[in-house]
Design a protein around this ligand. Structure first.
Ligand SMILES: O=C(O)CCC(=O)C(=O)O
Ligand SMILES: [Fe+2]
Length: 367
């Protein structure tokens, strides 16, 4: 919950240029081209901006086909989130898929599957019917969330549901490229939907002047909840090598460009929005300016339902999303128990490539 004043030198009153270390890491990679190998499977776009559903494809059937997996990764990066119904993919194969999507689209060799500091094997929740515990799987458990985060995860809460919007683990120095969530137990009452929002479209909704400003800024993402939960409940955190050597330590703070280029599509995405910048700040601006920009960026998510997609889960339905370019939020409107397995893979260090284009520009030039 650190406000900017607590952690940031507020001396400069003007926006400073993007630090050279960010520009230095830019390689101006060419976007990857979809080869068409998934066209044979029945699918539809859920909205124009975001989301695609494959109607009857079993991911287990294409797990050994690298050309199809590469096309799948490109599809996820373009559409933001892709849905699959009633999957038979087991947890080991879900992990293989998570790692392959990034490897086949050029992620660094040191980026593996994320080991979540808190949602890991130490919580003792099995990831399969044989009682397997696994640090590379975050069990998404309504029972655990209700214990650790109380009224944020309780039906009938009076809190704003919009508080939940986030991209996964952006407090890590090497954050995620892809995440795969399979809901193995939907609640027995209605509810528990998940929503995703397009970061590409958020960027496209800024005026050219605001786009220009945003591309010159960085923001510090911060997640203070894990340390609080660990203290309050006597839980142990994973403190080192959470899937990449850079993801070490328990300050859970990382500075990233406010506008990030997705290396797979080459498109610009607004990255500094949602829960983890709510507790963080825009770097090198005044506290008032930071609050103003964060508030504006996050409001663009929840006041624009036409850049969102909402998914109602059935048992064993699965979603894959690109954490570089979408935000998402759970809906905590159910009384029953809900559980899923999430694999989060790590991608590249976030960068902004000045040569990259916006999604709207890219699609317009495709004709
Ligand atoms: O429970 C959900 O619907 C989503 C939880 C979540 O944020 C995640 O799996 O990353
Ligand atoms: Fe998440």
């Amino acid at each position: 919950m650190a406000p900017p004043a607590a952690d940031v030198d507020l001396a400069p009153d003007v926006v400073t240029p993007i630090p050279s270390k960010i520009l230095k890491s830019v390689s101006s990679k060419s976007p990857l081209k979809y080869s068409g190998s998934l066209d044979q499977y029945k699918h539809f776009d859920v909205t124009n901006v975001i989301g695609r559903e494959f109607v009857d494809l079993q991911l287990s059937q294409i797990l050994n086909d690298d050309a199809k997996l590469r096309d799948l990764a490109i599809t996820v990066s373009e559409r933001g989130v892709v849905f699959f119904r009633s999957q038979d993919l087991n947890i080991e194969d879900q992990k293989i898929l998570g790692q392959k999507l990034g490897e086949l689209t050029g992620k660094p060799e040191t980026s593996k599957l994320h080991r979540h500091a808190l949602s890991n094997s130490k919580r003792g929740i099995a990831v399969d019917e044989n009682g397997k515990l696994d640090d590379e799987v975050s069990v998404i458990s309504s029972d655990q969330n209700r214990k650790f985060y109380k009224d944020r995860f309780t039906a009938g809460s009076k809190r704003l549901a919009s508080e939940g919007w986030h991209a996964d683990i952006t407090f890590e120095h090497i954050p995620s490229d892809y995440a795969i969530l399979k809901i193995i137990q939907p609640p027995n009452d209605a509810g528990g939907d998940t929503l995703w929002a397009s970061g590409y479209e958020l960027y496209d909704r800024l005026s050219p002047e605001f786009q220009d400003l945003a591309t010159r800024l960085t923001a510090t993402h911060h997640q203070p909840n894990f340390v609080r939960v660990a203290k309050e409940f006597g839980e142990e955190l994973i403190e080192t090598d959470r899937g990449a050597p850079e993801n070490t330590g328990i300050d859970f703070k990382a500075s990233h460009p406010v506008v990030r280029t997705n290396p797979v599509t080459g498109w610009r995405s607004l990255f500094a929005a949602g829960h983890q910048v709510e507790k963080g700040w825009i770097d090198n601006v005044t506290e008032v300016e930071s609050e103003l920009l964060k508030g504006h960026f996050t409001r663009l998510i929840y006041e624009n339902h036409d850049l969102q997609v909402r998914f109602r889960w059935g048992k064993n339905d699965l979603a894959i999303w690109d954490n570089r370019s979408v935000f998402h939020t759970a809906t905590n409107d159910y009384e029953g128990s809900r559980q899923g397995n999430r694999v989060v893979s790590l991608g590249e260090k976030p960068y902004f490539d000045p040569k990259s284009v916006s999604r709207r520009e890219a699609l317009a030039s495709r004709g």
